[in-house]
Ligand binder design. Structure first.
Ligand code: SAM
Ligand code: DTB
Ligand code: SF4
Length: 335
């Protein structure tokens, strides 16, 4: 997952502007060289501390500056996390992501966060946390407790970032990613489309991610969920084909990373989601709720998986040869 080549804006532009079907064909080929086809990873989210965030991210329901009528909640108890994780495991998720609306965690909360990680791992799930900026010492403590992934999105281009958040800088985000990497925790970092950014901003976001010293293992691509009471509530919708082009380009320039269709799936039809999977997306958030907003129901997602013959990572297909027998049964490539 290290970057053999340094990506440039021009190289990425050449890819993203290819004829749509060529772009999808290349992305799907690269996808099949690096991952088992027809298979996706599913993660379930839990908000462990909700609202009253001191940061001013303009898209976010949880910023104290946005009047969104959200019900705030202090850091939850360990038992609530264990119950939610057990439910997620039962529903077929393989990763449990815990999110807190903080600028950064407070040291006094570290022991409870460590307990959360240990207990969720004992249930047999991978762990992910997203808690804002981390000190080196905090990252090392989370790593020692067994944290597998840390989510910290770059969200958009360095040029556009100050239009979205002013209480921390792009460099702060990059510094936190560096701290996470040095603590040996896998990186989950992506962005949001629909903030009002240009296509060049999107390309620049991908450039930042692809040129990190080591590419993120996991890349969530969020479509803005327009939340009443936030400054972005009336933003224009993003064109689904532009969204799919970003997914395909991400797959081509970061071939070994999981790409997650993150927030916004509720507003995508099945066909758009299917095209995102062809373009190389191979992970989703699964479960009725994201952090504060809703997500498609498990029933609706399972129906979609069935229609597309998609299996999830908790199914017993773990090798390419097992995948081939599955393909022989369900997928006929002959004409
Ligand atoms: N406070 C932490 C932070 O900022 O990293 C963690 C929580 S924050 C909610 C995690 C990510 O969720 C954001 O970086 C953003 O990409 C995504 N997100 C938040 N609100 C969103 C919205 N309304 N629509 C789409 N994505 C959103
Ligand atoms: C990510 O990239 N998206 C998730 C997760 N990482 C933490 C959060 C989406 C939040 C959507 C809006 C909400 O539910 O508040
Ligand atoms: Fe706070 Fe994170 Fe929301 Fe920004 S995105 S306001 S840091 S919870």
């Amino acid at each position: 997952m290290s970057t053999n080549q340094l990506w440039t804006i021009d190289k990425i532009k050449k890819i993203i502007n290819k004829p749509f079907f060529d772009l999808l064909f290349i992305a799907q080929n690269i996808h099949r060289k690096n991952f088992i086809a027809n298979k996706i990873q599913i993660s379930t989210l839990m908000s462990i501390k909700t609202g009253l965030c001191p940061e001013d991210c303009k898209y976010c329901a949880q910023s104290a500056r946005n009047n969104t009528g959200l019900k705030n909640q202090q850091l939850v108890k360990l038992e609530q996390v264990i119950n939610a994780a057990k439910k997620a495991k039962k529903s077929g998720a393989t990763r449990f992501c815990m999110g807190a609306a903080w600028r950064n965690p407070n040291d006094r909360d570290m022991p409870l966060l460590e307990q959360m990680i240990k207990n969720v791992k004992d249930i047999g799930l991978e762990t992910c946390m997203t808690l804002g900026m981390l000190s080196e010492q905090q990252a090392n403590r989370l790593a020692k407790a067994g944290l597998d992934f840390y989510n910290h999105n770059l969200d958009t281009s360095p040029e556009f970032y100050h239009n979205i958040t002013t209480t921390h800088s792009y460099q702060d985000r990059l510094n936190s990613l560096d701290i996470v990497r040095k603590a040996n925790i896998k990186i989950c970092s992506g962005g949001i489309l629909g903030l009002g950014e240009t296509i060049d901003d999107r390309i620049n976001l991908l450039l930042q991610l692809a040129n990190l010293p080591k590419q993120p293992e996991s890349i969530p691509i969020n479509m803005l969920v327009k939340i009443k009471g936030t400054p972005l509530a009336n933003n224009n919708n993003i064109d689904p084909f532009e969204f799919i082009r970003i997914v395909a380009t991400t797959r081509i320039i970061m071939p070994k990373s999981y790409i997650r269709l993150a927030a916004g799936r509720e507003y995508m039809n099945e066909q758009t989601q299917a095209l995102c999977f062809i373009a190389g997306a191979n992970s989703i958030f699964y479960g009725e709720k994201l952090l504060t907003t809703s997500n498609p129901s498990c029933k609706r997602d399972r129906l979609l998986f069935n229609k597309l013959n998609i299996v999830t990572e908790s199914n017993l297909i773990n090798t390419v040869s097992e995948q081939q027998s599955f393909n022989d049964k369900y997928y006929d490539a002959s004409i």
